[in-house]
Structure formats: C-alpha cells, structure tokens
Write a new protein. Structure first.
Length: 480
C-alpha cells in the first residue's frame, strides 16, 4: 500500500509513544468519516504520520439497523475514497476484487448496495489499514504552548473494556470524528432507561427484534428512513390480519425523501461552500426547512410498505396497522409492568388521545455526541457563534485563538456551519481530501472546481458602463 504507516502506540505497554515523535495527525473516533480520512491519508505521497483512536473493540456501523435487504441511500461510489481518489486501493470496488466478488457485483447491476455490504466493506478497510487503534478511550486533549503540540491522553482497554494502560500522544493536528448518538425524546427517557420496559431506540432494533416480535402490540415512533424500515420489517414478520402495529410521526405526512437529480445537488461541495458563506441566522433558518432532503423516506421503501399493506387486502379486510402522521407524544408512563401508555396530541386537530402498547421503538434520530468533557482543556481557545456552538471555517477547522498554531478539524459536527451534507456519506471523501490538503499545505488531492449544475447564489459585479446609460449590475453565477 502507498503511504507511511503510523507507528503503533498500542504496542507500547507504557503508553508513552509519541512523546518524542509527534504525529502529524491524531484522529479521535473511527467511524466512516475518520476511516475515510485515514484511508486517504495512507495515499499521501511522502507520507504523513497518523494515529486514529476508537473506544470500541472493532469497527461497527449501525449494527442494530443492518436489516436484511435495507440499502444505502447513496450509490456505491460514495465509498470512503472514490470521489476523491478513484484509484485508491481502499475503494469499494477493490474490496470486491479482494473478495473475488467483482464479477457477481457486475452482473447484479446494483448501484445502491445493502447496508450490511457497506459495513463489511468498512470492516475490511479497518482490518487492513495501518494506524488504527481500537480499544483506546480518549480522556483529554490539551494544547501545550511550550511544545506547540496537542497532548492527547488515552486509556488502553482490554477485551472486557477495562482499563489496561494509560498513554499520551502528541500531535500537530487533531480531527474529531466521534459521530452521533441515539436521541430519545424527553417524555420517553424514563421508560427507555428502565430495563424491564420494552422501549428501545431503533439503533438497537436487531438486538431486540425477537423479543419485540413476541409483543402483542408494537408502536413505532418516527417518520424517517429508520422508522420506515423497522415498520416494514415488522409488518412482513407479523401474520396477516393480526399485525397490531401502530406507526406515529410528528411530521405532517410520511413523506418521501427529496431524491430528484437537482435536489441531490444540495449534497455537493458547491452547496456546502454556498451554505457556509451565508449569515448564521440564515443558516439556522434553512436547516430545519430542509428536513426532507435527509429525513424523509426513500421512495422504494414507501412503495414497498404500500405494496405489503395492499397485498394484505387481497382476500378482503384491512391489515391491523395504523399509520398516523402529525402526532406528538406529550407524556408517557407504564401500565402495570408490561405495557406502556402514550399520551398523544394531534397538531392539526388539536385533539388528544391515549395509546396503550406492549413495546415502543423510537426511530427518533441522532444528535451530535458531546465532546465537552474530552475537549475541556481546549475550551478557552475555541471561538463560538451567537448560539454557543464552535465556529468552523471553510477547511473544517475549529476557529481557535491565534496562539494555537495547531489545527482541530471536525467531521459530522458542522451541520450548523456547513449544512445538511455534513452527515452525508457522499461528501465523506471530498471533505477528507480537503482536510488533508489543508493539513499538508499542498494539494495531494486536487479538488473539483465545480460539482453542481445549480448556481445556488448570485455574486454581483458592475458591468462595463456605456456612456449615457444607467449603471447595471451583472449577476455572476457562483459555479463559474
């Protein structure tokens, strides 16, 4: 493979590697985005020294939602590297070749691969790429002004997740890729935290699937792709006429995701740069309005749900499945020890009702994972916006006090500054390439000048003046 593998701090029983040989880059978290960065860093000519740390014992991508048949919502070209470096040895196609699956994939004609296949691809990269250290918990990150380096304290964990050794690495730059965590709405938190009550987040669905199928009545809350996939999987597994499923959503409809060709251009570098240049108040207003770009349901999934429901009417009668949008959960509580009572309110009708159910699945999305404790030592240096969020510049760096000469990059923690494309897998390779270009001060990965047919904004300039004619302003499209 190309590139220079980082030395192995996990091989140092004292955990002191890096004290005399600072790394160019330390990555915190190994999800798809930092895995993309590590893969592209491996191909930088001349090499850069890197180490990526992850608390989990091995790579894992949404294991609770690897439902049989569920596909990615982006094409296979949105792998870890291809949209920045199609010749990379870490591409999905090279993974297929290594597994002798390239010809079967060719004949399968699959543009959108299954989630389980994407997870297997990422695990192949994680198992073979140098410089990745699983079972390492990051405890603190500080800026050392005397050495002009970041100090990264970590705990090496054993197979049981117990502390085995302490260590410290030094780095010129840091990249945060800790990802998101499941979000549980406030009214349901006491129930979800009680182990005896079958209230789970969709992130843990497969782990509890058999137990859920034993419940007489199941309620799914959430109108996005995860909620739709869980509902469809349960629907297919329940007997006709006795499905006993209830699907609730706050949105006004079980709406399809915006997947038109021009709509998808909101997930291009062009739109990301346009969004970043907007005023903060405008950005904050836009993001909630664009929910259908990334929180809707894939058209194929909507069709599959309707087809399954329709199939169950062929012999007369209707399936025992209730789909109700526009509903919020005000409060919730236990009934005896085996049931849950949800107190509902319909937004448009202004009416309230109660629903008793035997199990609840929360397809209520994810929130950015807090790194406040980990980065407490950097807090005095971090510039924040009017809402108290870290400012992130156009190169995905936190805006820090000028006394800090190192850089802290972020991945999937910049939706407020870079828009709805922040969590999108299709922008992973482009963002990773940009971070490496910034880090090296060179351009190991040339960036495309234009990526969308849409010109998202106007740049106004004065047109040449003709004597006796009023001055005009000529629009200059952003993509040109």
């Amino acid at each position: 493979m190309t590139g220079t593998p980082a030395p192995e701090p996990s091989h140092d029983p004292e955990g002191t590697w890096g004290a005399t040989q600072p790394l160019d880059l330390v990555g915190i978290g190994i999800g798809p985005f930092n895995l993309s960065l590590a893969a592209l860093a491996d191909g930088v000519h001349g090499g850069i020294t890197t180490a990526f740390y992850e608390q989990r014992p091995a790579f894992s991508w949404h294991p609770g939602l690897l439902i049989e048949g569920a596909t990615l919502q982006v094409p296979f070209l949105a792998d870890l590297v291809t949209l920045a470096d199609p010749a990379s040895p870490w591409s999905f196609l090279n993974h297929l070749r290594a597994r002798e699956r390239l010809f079967p994939f060719y004949f399968a004609e699959k543009f959108h691969i299954q989630r389980a296949e994407y997870d297997a691809y990422c695990r192949w990269v994680a198992d073979n790429l140098p410089g990745l250290h699983f079972g390492h918990q990051i405890d603190a990150v500080r800026w050392n002004p005397e050495r002009a380096l970041f100090e990264v304290d970590f705990t090496q964990l054993d197979a049981d997740g117990e502390a085995e050794a302490l260590g410290r690495s030094y780095a010129r730059s840091i990249v945060l890729g800790v990802g998101t965590e499941p979000y549980v709405p406030e009214p349901l938190r006491p129930l979800a935290e009680a182990p005896a009550v079958p209230v789970i987040h969709s992130a843990d669905y497969l782990e509890h699937r058999e137990r859920l199928l034993e419940a007489e009545h199941i309620t799914i809350i959430g109108s996005g792709q995860s909620g739709a996939e869980v509902f469809l999987d349960l629907l297919r597994a329940r007997p006709a006429g006795a499905e006993k499923l209830h699907w609730l959503a706050r949105t006004e409809a079980f709406a399809p995701m915006e997947y038109s060709k021009l709509g998808l251009e909101h997930f291009t570098p062009d739109y990301t740069r346009y969004f970043h240049a907007l005023p903060e108040q405008t950005r904050d207003r836009l993001v909630p309005q664009q929910w259908q770009l990334h929180k809707g349901i894939a058209g194929d999934t909507v069709a599959a749900i309707h087809e399954e429901l329709y199939r169950r009417t062929l012999h007369g009668g209707w399936p025992d499945a209730v789909l109700t949008p526009g509903v919020g959960v005000r409060t919730a509580g236990r009934v005896a020890t085996t049931k849950v009572e949800l107190h509902l309110e319909h937004a448009q009708q202004g009416t309230r009702s109660r629903l008793t159910t035997d199990a609840v699945i929360l397809a209520t999305g994810y929130r950015e994972r807090s790194v406040d404790r980990m980065l407490a030592g950097l807090d005095p240096y971090v510039s924040r916006d009017a809402s108290g969020r870290p400012r992130v510049d156009g190169e995905f760096k936190l805006v820090l006090d000028e006394s800090v000469t190192g850089a802290v990059y972020v991945q999937n923690a910049e939706k407020h500054s870079h828009g709805v494309g922040a969590p999108d897998l299709g922008l992973a390779a482009w963002r990773s390439a940009g971070i490496l270009n910034s880090l090296t001060g060179k351009e190991p990965y040339p960036m495309p000048r234009r990526t969308a047919f849409t010109s998202f904004g106007l740049e106004r300039r004065e047109a040449p003046r003709v004597p006796g004619q009023a001055m005009e302003l000529t629009p200059l499209t952003q993509g040109n």
